[in-house]
Ligand binder design. Structure first.
Ligand code: HEC
Length: 257
């Protein structure tokens, strides 16, 4: 028979290691999500930096036309392996409205490392006007904000199909298997070779969907690796202390058995 503390410890370990997707069903439609084996899932989860950099390229060249990333600053890109000089060049490509200056006027200037990502639209109204009345949500936290997390985003990007017969489609909408109600205002975004990856990876539809999803998982939780390594250290400490306490308990109770 196993001792009680040991059983407790096994339950504890189970809770830590079971992937989130075990508990989370697609909160959105009845179709099962496409399940991917993400390197950032699980107790020892880590981001694949090369994939994050490719995902950043997809965001910059495709998604940023309509979606902002307002919780991420250019400086945060250090976390996916860019040097300060590279980040200065990236930030310098954007203009930001700042001010007021000493004359009380607003002015534009190049973005700096400390600025948050510059969004595509000046305000929500303009965003809706440009998108058939729909609002393209900020993507910084989208992986956390949707049931199914990364698997949902990946499935959504792969979920475009022709409208089934007899489906009452609204004007300017697209059919997507994984979107609630199956009609989405976002046109299909990904196709083979829509970007060219700097590291020579072939830009297939699936590769692009996987890389942008990984990048968005990072924007939703840039601290993930630190949190997980702290978790592992804590577990290790708990194992040690359990073993020590068991030893002490045996010693103290030895004469009373
Ligand atoms: C042409 C503009 C446009 C581009 C480019 C675009 N989107 Fe969208 N996106 C939208 C709009 C509009 C919506 C809101 C859809 C709706 O409400 O029906 C949306 C919604 C979304 C959603 C939220 C879905 C949900 O469950 O609410 C995600 C995730 C998303 N887009 C990801 C992306 C990614 C990733 C890219 C780049 C590969 C991208 N989008 C590029 C316009 C765009």
């Amino acid at each position: 028979m196993l001792s009680k503390p040991f059983n407790f410890f096994i339950c504890f370990l189970f809770l830590f290691t079971v992937p989130n997707s075990f508990f989370v069903k697609a909160a959105t439609s009845n179709v099962d999500l496409i399940q991917q084996n993400w390197p950032f899932n699980g107790i020892f989860g880590r981001f694949d930096k090369a994939s994050l950099q490719r995902g950043f390229k997809v965001y910059s060249e495709v998604c940023s036309a309509c979606h902002g990333l307002r919780h991420i600053s250019y400086r945060d890109l250090e976390g996916i392996g860019y040097s300060n000089d590279e980040i200065k060049v990236i930030a310098g490509e954007y203009e930001i409205t700042d001010g007021p200056n000493d004359e009380g006027e607003m002015f534009t200037r190049d973005a700096k490392m400390s600025d948050k990502f510059v969004g595509p639209y000046e305000n929500d109204k303009i965003a809706r006007l440009a998108n058939n009345g729909a609002y393209p949500p900020d993507l910084s936290l989208i992986v956390k904000a949707r049931g199914g997390g990364a698997d949902y985003i990946y499935s959504l990007l792969n979920g475009y199909k022709d409208f089934p017969e007899n489906f009452e489609a609204s004007e300017g909408m697209y059919y997507n298997e994984y979107y609630p109600g199956n009609q989405i205002a976002m046109p299909p975004q990904i196709e083979d070779d829509i970007v060219e990856f700097d590291d020579g990876t072939i830009a297939t539809h699936n590769q692009i969907a996987r890389d942008i999803t990984s990048f968005l998982a990072w924007t939703a939780e840039p601290e993930l690796e630190r949190r997980k390594s702290l978790g592992v250290k804590t577990l290790f400490f708990l194992v040690l202390i359990t073993i020590m306490l068991l030893g002490v308990k045996r010693k103290v109770w030895k004469h009373l058995d």
